[in-house]
Every structure is written in C-alpha cells, then in structure tokens.
Design a protein around this ligand. Structure first.
Ligand SMILES: [Zn+2]
Length: 408
C-alpha cells in the first residue's frame, strides 16, 4: 500500500475539500510535503461556532483574511461564511471578503450572518454584477436597493433567510433578477418591513416558503404573497402568519406540501387542481364549494388534527387517487385554534374508493370513535382490508401506531 504523501497535489486537494477549512490549514503542520497543499484548496468553509479560538490562534476575521491572502488555487470556487457566534465582524471586512471571492470567480457563496450583530450587513454591491455565481445563500442581510445593471445570470439556487428589505417593491425587483433560477428558499421574513410581495420566476422548479411562529399568533391579514411559477415541480409552503397567498399559473404534476393557518383554503385548493401529490394542513372551510376535479392527484396526505373536514370533499373530487395518508404528526397543529367539525359519513361513495384507491396509511392512529368510523367506512366501501398494523412503531423520536389498509 502506498503512502498518502506520495499522492499528487490534485488528489490531496480532493481529500481536503471534504473537511472544514480550519483542519485543512492545520495539515500544513504535518510535514514538509503538506506545508503548502492547503493553499491549493479552492474552498473556504468557515464556521465561527466551531472555530477553536485560543490565545495563540488568530481571531476569526484574521483567520479568514490570512486564508484569502495566501490561497493560490486557480479559482476560489466556494466561500461559506457562517458567522453566528461572534457579533463584531465589521461591514468593511465582510465586503472585502466578498470582493476577493468575486474577483476569484466564486461559484457557491454562503453569507450566513448573526441576526443580533453589532453592525448591520448589507448585500455586497460587487455581487450584483457577478455573472457566474451559481449558488447564493444569505441570512441576516439588508437589501436597500437593487441596481438596474444587475447581472446574476447564472444563479440557480437562492436561499433568503431572516432578510431585511427596504420595501415590498425591493423584494419584487430583487426576485426578478435571476433568469435561470431553479431553487428558492424564503424563510423568516416576519420581522422585516415586507408585507406583500410576488415570487414571479418563470424558471423556478422548487420553492420552499416557511413562516413559522412559536405557539399561536394572530393572523396578519395585510401580509401575504403571490406565487407565479409556471414550471414549478416541488412546492413546500408552511405559513402560520400571513393572511393570504395566491398561486397562479400552477403547472401540472406539481408536488405540494402546504400548511397554512389563515389563508382561504377553498381558493387555494381551487388553484391546485392540477397537482399530482398533495400534503395538506388547511384552515377548515364550512360548506366548501370546490370547483373542478383533482384529475392528476394520485397521492394525498391530510393532517387529521386540522384537516379531516376536507377528506370527503377531496376524495369526491379525486377520481384517480391511489394512495391516502392520514397523519397526526404535525405538532404545530396541536395548538391550532381552528375548530373543525366531526367527520360525517358521506351519502355518495367517491369514485376513487371503488376504483383507484390502493392503500391507506394512518400514522399515529389513536382509535378514537371518529377515527374508527373513518376506517370502518374506508374498509366497507373501498374494497380494502387490513394489511398491517404496527403498534407503537417508532416514527422519528416518537412512538406511534401505524395502520395500513390495502387491496386484497
Ligand atoms: Zn394540521
């Protein structure tokens, strides 16, 4: 077996790409062979919460400075700065690091910053014209203005957490700057100035919007957003705060996981009729007047704590449904103040029950009278029988009973 010291620089760099930068730099102490290999690694991944900071080591900002000064890789492909622990990075240092990364053709940039920092951090202006950036993840950054000459033409993945925008229009302008964007994450904008905004991105394939609040907050009826993404494949939307949201131009075969406390459920479902898979926590809606069928829907997950009211309505409108999952696992629905009615046996049997439905899975089945009535109804009318029933199966950290019904 050969000695690792005999490997060429290219192979050693590939190995070093897998470990944190602090350890990459520490390899320079191993031997003369290793003294300069770290300088060829095209990646700086710095997390100040795991940085081993002691009397003889550089302070975090010096460590970043020195790495950038001495690194001689042909390009700095990745710069990940996770600056959460210390709160005194200067805006000038931050801007300087990003400028170096841009000058060295960075492709993948994470600027994740502490929300409670001493100095607010603004979106670095040099980034707006960086045409080759592919991945950008921001946290705790301020965006005041979006220049007209913005050229982020290659950006495919964008994550925006705990951002602060100067106005609703700034959000709309910023989100219109990415002609090939495929993946977008929007999290934690509750505390920002933003009230209503649009996500209009023609190229978008995956969208993850999450506005969670601890416990139960009253709705903000003047807060909400419009999603217009005609090529979307995956939508994950959790919102316990906004008063409205609209989906327009919803494509066929969408997979959507939606947990909304306050939005108009009837209207939302009406715009999701071309979805292929749906996972739903919705506000109960008495006397739903849903128009149109879910004629692509093959998989439906419903939260029984908040959305069992919707079971009969959606089954009636889903002629091709093959799999139904009922679950009691959304802990955020336990303290919901939305009151739903008791499930009632429908008068007409939905078409999918007798033709297409193959499996029913009930996660965290408790065997209440209402749950037993639903199961009895599905068994009687769906040509289904018990397949398996695990008592106290382990699901995540919790012990749940899982009930399975299936054909034959
Ligand atoms: Zn729910």
């Amino acid at each position: 077996m050969g000695n690792i010291n005999e490997l060429c620089d290219d192979l050693l760099v590939k190995i070093l790409l897998q470990i944190p930068t602090e350890e990459v730099v520490a390899t320079s102490l191993l031997s003369r062979r290793w003294r300069s290999v770290w300088k060829l690694v095209p990646k700086l991944d710095f997390r100040d919460y795991s940085y081993k900071y002691h009397a003889t080591s550089a302070v975090p900002s010096e460590f970043i400075d020195k790495f950038l000064e001495r690194n001689v890789a042909p390009a700095l492909e990745t710069l990940h700065l996770n600056l959460y622990h210390l709160r005194d990075y200067s805006p000038e240092s931050f801007e300087k690091w990003v400028n170096v990364a841009v000058a060295r053709n960075v492709l993948d940039l994470n600027l994740l910053y502490c929300l409670h920092c001493r100095y607010p951090i603004r979106f670095p202006t040099s980034l707006y014209t960086h045409e080759t950036l592919v991945v950008l993840r921001l946290r705790g950054t301020i965006i005041d203005d979006v220049p007209s000459k913005t050229r982020l033409r290659s950006l495919k993945t964008l994550s925006l957490r705990d951002m602060s925008f100067s106005s609703d229009q700034t959000v709309d302008r910023f989100l219109s700057c990415f002609p090939v964007l495929e993946t977008l994450v929007v999290r934690g904008w509750i505390a920002s100035n933003v009230k209503t905004y649009s996500i209009r991105v023609a190229s978008l394939r995956s969208l993850d919007v999450e506005e969670l609040v601890g416990g139960y907050a009253d709705p903000r009826y003047d807060h909400g957003y419009v999603i217009d993404a005609p090529r979307l494949k995956f939508l994950h939307m959790v919102d316990h705060f906004s008063g409205f949201c609209s989906l327009v131009n919803v494509p066929e075969e969408l997979e959507a996981e939606i947990h909304l406390r306050f939005c108009d459920s009837d209207k939302l479902l009406g715009s999701l009729t071309s979805a292929k898979q749906l996972s739903l926590c919705l506000k109960p809606q008495m006397d739903s007047c849903l128009k149109g069928d879910f004629d692509q829907l093959v998989f439906l997950e419903l939260c029984v704590m908040c959305s069992l009211d919707w079971l009969n309505v959606i089954l009636k409108h889903s002629p091709k449904l093959r799999a139904l999952r009922l679950s009691r696992t959304r802990h955020s629905c336990q303290n919901s103040r939305n009151v739903r009615t008791n499930w009632e046996r429908p008068i007409c049997i939905p078409e999918c029950l007798t033709s297409s439905l193959e499996t029913v899975e009930w996660i965290a089945y408790e065997g209440t009278e209402e749950e037993e009535n639903v199961v009895k109804y599905l068994l009687e009318n769906g040509n289904l029988c018990f397949k398996k029933r695990w008592r106290k199966a382990v699901y995540g950290k919790f012990s749940y009973e899982i009930l399975r019904l299936g054909r034959g």
